[in-house]
Design a protein around this ligand. Structure first.
Ligand code: RB5
Length: 149
């Protein structure tokens, strides 16, 4: 069976963390779709959030990982797309809860604000934790409705 695919994208503030986390994916049973950036040259985070949102919309990846310096700009950009539920996470508890309660399909980390081992824990929990459903499914469905009002 083919491995599920995680799309990864970052700006220059996040490319080192993106590379670090991409290296963990085979151990976690996921394959990477790396959408850049791949170096320290200055780029614009909305471009990379858009590339990742399109990859998920087109079914080229099951979930996504976004990284910028703080995670803030790239999460704002990603959440403008109605099919994206991007969670900016700073610790293991947040990584678990964004899956259990919010069915987040994109994990967002800050390359300049979160340490590498915490980031690795966050990614593992994001990939391994199932959505709880139940009362949370109704609330997540309400998020989708917001775009239609
Ligand atoms: C880039 O310098 C920085 O502004 C960006 O990575 C991010 O932190 C924005 O939210």
């Amino acid at each position: 069976m083919p491995l599920p695919i995680l799309a990864l994208a970052s700006d220059h503030g996040g490319f080192e963390m993106k590379a670090l986390l991409a290296a963990d994916l085979p151990l976690l049973g996921w394959a990477a779709l790396d959408l850049g950036t791949s170096g320290p040259g200055s780029v614009d985070y909305p471009d990379f959030a858009l590339a990742l949102a399109q990859a998920l919309k087109e079914g080229r990846a099951e979930r996504g990982l976004l990284v910028c310096g703080t995670g803030i700009g790239i999460s704002i950009a990603a959440n403008r797309h109605a099919h994206i539920r991007a969670a900016l996470v700073h610790d293991a508890f947040g990584a678990r809860m964004c899956r259990e309660h919010n069915d987040a399909n994109v994990l967002v980390l800050g390359g300049r604000t979160t340490g590498p081992e915490i980031a690795r824990d966050c990614l593992r929990l994001f990939l391994e934790t199932p959505f709880e459903g139940g009362r949370h499914a109704r609330r997540v469905a309400m998020l989708g409705d917001l775009g239609e009002k």
